[in-house]
Structure formats: structure tokens, C-alpha cells
Design a protein around this ligand. Structure first.
Ligand code: SAH
Length: 373
């Protein structure tokens, strides 16, 4: 297959014409990854096979990166035939692949079986291989600086569609490299698709999956209090990141319209409960927008809000999205903002910009591809 390279202007180039032409048809078949490990075991038994075959099949897909049932040589031939008759491993195709010339970040645009598009990203830093997953086509939260919400919400991704992103990204790595961390920070609001997301994450952790520890998985949310409580009750050590973006009610409702319905205090309360129940320190994401939420007064207000909460702040200088009236902050402002938070007793990190040359911010590539189509 001809691989796409990104030119200096990071123009979008198709992988191959054949790849872009059509999504994988399901032909009445099911997506294998929609099944959890247990469900696959039940299916194997229903076919007259033994239950351990499920782990064998899953190891071929996750461990050995095989894309075809025929290649699963230690699975009995009749079971392989039944698998091929009833399931597909991939229902999506890579239609764009962009590689950052700056830091090697890779971004894929996937076309789903119904023609919709989602994005996913692979970031490399030292020994870490972090992937960023989408959970929905579009997003209904409407954050004013985010590209994903510009066209509204279309639909939830299925468990298998979430996992397929993992498979596509994992196959970009050399044979001995493995995905080490997962962040659910791509397109969509993860907690608005919680059941499908939880099944997908469970599948990754289970035997035969990537053997991923929950501590290496971070779920980012706009802040849906009831869903945060539901997640806390799941009793897994997922890291929770809450997208705050403003230190007071008025500004937050302006930047995160969802806030008008929920209210800042309820979001913070639910996050506090998450910490109490799970013992996992909550991260607050703060997308820094030039002259909109980056003043010293706002930094002081944020410090006062979070002091004593066992919170961590992750400042994300905005990735500019064309057509939106917001832009990235001056570096000096971000430094000052960080200092005020630290002096106020709140530990703060500034997210390094990854893939700045490839539209790596949430939803940007899909927007651009659709505008060019
Ligand atoms: N809906 C979830 C997860 C997806 S967005 C959430 O709101 O957290 C993941 C993170 O990227 C959020 O913190 C979001 O605010 C941030 N983000 C969205 N658009 C951005 C942009 N243009 N520049 C920088 N960060 C952005």
C-alpha cells in the first residue's frame, strides 16, 4: 500500500484512491469488537467450540496485529469460517493520514461504514505511546472554541468503532512498540456515550486485549455531574479530566454553553466525589484563549476555586481553528497564569503542543476534509 506523506504545508493527501473510494461494507455482518471478551466466549461456545478460543482470537487481533480470520492459524478452520461468515474486524477505512514533521504525531481520519468520519491520534514521547480516541461523530456540547461541535452531534460510536481506532493506530507502530497510554479526548463527549466507552475500555484491559492498566487511561469530560458519579461507581481507577476553561459561572457559560444548564458548583462537587470515591486526583483542563480567559484576575480566581481540592490544572493553549473568533494566547500570558496558580497552591502543567502542523486539535481534520470534499 502506498503510504501518505505530509508535505511542508501539510496538505491532505489520500492514502490511495482505492482506500478513499468506499467504507468497508458490513454486509449484514457484525463488528467483532462490539463483543466483549465474555460475549465472544459465549459465541465460541454457541458454535460448539471451547471458550478459550475467544482469547486466542483476541490475541491475534491485539497482540499479533492480524487483520484477517484466515491468518489465525491455531484457531480451528471451521471456527475461522464461522468467524468470517458472521463478523468483520474492521468496519472503517483510513482515508487520511497525517504525520507531523515536528514531533512525529500521527493523525488518522477514518471513514465509518455509514460514510461518517472520526479522527484519532498517536503521540510519541520518550517511551510513551499515547493514543487519543473519539467517542462520537460530532459533539452536542457546543464549546465555542472547539471544531468538533461546529456541526453538532450526529451519533454515538459503537464499542467496536471505538476499539477500531486503537487497532488502526496500533498498527502504525513498529513490531516491538506498544500503546502505553490512552486519552479519551478526541471528538465527542465520552460521558454521553458511557456504556459503549466502558465496554471498549474493559476489552482493552481484559486478557487478550492490550493488557492496559486503568491507571494509564484518562477520560476527559465537559463535566456532566450525574455521569461523573456513574463513572466513579464503576470502581476502576480511570483518570478523570474535567474541561473547566473558566473560573466563574458567567464566563464558563459563555465558553461552554452546557454549563448554563449544569452550573459550575455541581461540576466541581461531582469531581470532588470522584476523588473521594476513587482516590484519583482530578485534572482540570483549561483551554487558554487570548484575551478571553487568560488574565491575571482569572488566574487568581481559578486558584481560589481549586485550592484545597486536590486538583491539578492542565493549561492547553488554544489550537486556532479557522473561522472561529478565538485564538492562541501569548506565551508570556500563559507563563504568568501558571505562576499565579502555582503561587496559589495549585499544581499546574502546560500541555505541549503536539502535531501543530497537522490540525491535531479535536475535530479539525474532519472539518477540513469535509470542507475540501
Ligand atoms: N468532550 C470532552 C472531550 C473532548 S475535547 C471534553 O470536553 O473534555 C478534549 C479537550 O480538548 C477538551 O479539554 C477541549 O476543551 C479541548 N479542546 C477542544 N478544542 C480545542 C482547541 N481548539 N484548542 C485546544 N484545546 C481544545
Amino acid at each position: 500500500m502506498k503510504m501518505m506523506t505530509t508535505d511542508a504545508n501539510s496538505k491532505l493527501l489520500p492514502l490511495t484512491d482505492a482506500v478513499t473510494s468506499s467504507p468497508a461494507p458490513l454486509d449484514g455482518k457484525r463488528l467483532l469488537n462490539d463483543l466483549t471478551r465474555k460475549e465472544l466466549e459465549v459465541w465460541c461456545v454457541a458454535q460448539g467450540a471451547q471458550k478459550f478460543r475467544a482469547d486466542q482470537i483476541r490475541r491475534w487481533i491485539y497482540g499479533k496485529r492480524v487483520n484477517d480470520f484466515e491468518a489465525m492459524t491455531d484457531v480451528p478452520a471451521p471456527l475461522r469460517r464461522q468467524l468470517a461468515e458472521q463478523f468483520v474486524i474492521f468496519s472503517s477505512r483510513i482515508v487520511r493520514r497525517q504525520t507531523s514533521q515536528i514531533d512525529g504525531t500521527e493523525k488518522l481520519l477514518l471513514r465509518l461504514h455509514d460514510g461518517e468520519h472520526v479522527e484519532c491520534v498517536l503521540m510519541k514521547e520518550d517511551d510513551r505511546r499515547t493514543i487519543c480516541l473519539s467517542t462520537q461523530v460530532g459533539c452536542g456540547m457546543g464549546c465555542v472554541f472547539c471544531a468538533s461541535g461546529l456541526q453538532g452531534f450526529t451519533r454515538n460510536l459503537s464499542t467496536g468503532e471505538i476499539l477500531e481506532q486503537v487497532l488502526h493506530l496500533d498498527r502504525l507502530l513498529p513490531p516491538l512498540e506498544r500503546i502505553t497510554n490512552v486519552v479519551v479526548m478526541g471528538m465527542g463527549e465520552p460521558l454521553a456515550n458511557l456504556p459503549n466507552l466502558l465496554r471498549a475500555l474493559e476489552s482493552l484491559e481484559e486478557k487478550g486485549g492490550l493488557g492496559m492498566s486503568t491507571r494509564r487511561i484518562t477520560i476527559s469530560t465537559v463535566g456532566l455531574p450525574e455521569k461523573i458519579r456513574d463513572l466513579a461507581k464503576v470502581d476502576k481507577s480511570y483518570n478523570l479530566a474535567v474541561s473547566l476553561h473558566a473560573p466563574n459561572e458567567e464566563l464558563r457559560s459563555e465558553l461552554v454553553p452546557m454549563n448554563a444548564k449544569v452550573g459550575l458548583e455541581r461540576v466541581l462537587q461531582a469531581a470532588d466525589e470522584y476523588f473521594e470515591l476513587t482516590g484519583r486526583r482530578v485534572t482540570y483542563e483549561y483551554c487558554v484563549l487570548r484575551d478571553r480567559n487568560d488574565s491575571a484576575a482569572e488566574a487568581r480566581q481559578l486558584a481560589a476555586l481549586l485550592r484545597g481540592r486536590n486538583a491539578h490544572v492542565n493549561l492547553i493553549p488554544m489550537n486556532a481553528v479557522s473561522g472561529l473568533p478565538y485564538t492562541d494566547p501569548f506565551a508570556e500570558r500563559v507563563r504568568e497564569f501558571t505562576q499565579i496558580l502555582e503561587q496559589g497552591g495549585v499544581t499546574t502543567t502546560v500541555r505541549k503542543r503536539k502535531g501543530a502542523d497537522i490540525d491535531a486539535a479535536c475535530g479539525q481534520l474532519r472539518l477540513r476534509a469535509e470542507a475540501e470534499a
